[in-house]
Write a new protein. Sequence first.
Length: 251
Amino acid sequence: MDVGLTDRRVLVTGATGGIGRALTRAFAAEGARVAVAYHRDHAAAQASVAELGGARRALAVRYDLADPACGESAVGAVTARWGGLDVLVANAIRPPTFRPGASPFEDVPVADWLPFVRDNLVQTVATVQAAVGAMRGGGWGRIVLISTHLVRQGAAGREFYTATKAALHGLASSLAWDVGRDGILVNVVAPGLTLTDRVAAMPQESRAREAAATPSGRLTTPSEVAHAVLFLGSALNGNITGEVLTVAGGH
């Protein structure tokens, strides 16, 4: 089946993690040219470029959430290499941490939670702005924001992290009105606990407990998340926009 991604120009942020690697492979398998945006692990990014077809088909791009210009520079690198941008998958995050159990919500200093807002929301919005600027006028574009099923389910101690991810849902639903007539569709994918290397290293009993709490009885794999993103980020998605797709086994 042709999903309409041959030679499309795709930027994946957070592309060297477990879900990120699955995303780049899924798009490359459909003939897209893929920009691998990474934070620190340049060697992993270069390995991905080689795996995805080398410099002709892939590009390693630095993407540091601590740099306010990271989104603009990443999009600029893609457009400089390939002449434009067709798909953005905003997957990069500041890793979530639980609020310390001994610290009541109201006692957490602003300086402790503000980085989550800056990195997981402000930087994502800035990257989407840069992407829209590159897509508008081309008549076609797809933006997929990666969130978490915890926005709907909730989790003790993750108030600040889930608040930033919930904001992406509002961004998608409103931005859809602004860019829809330019052929740009904007959606959110919200994975549950996913079997990345980090999750696989968790105690087996913790993983089993989480799996038992899902209707499907198991955790989601990175490739399953990637397939959902691929659908929303391809021509198979003809007119779905402003929506949230949860990939969490029914959790």
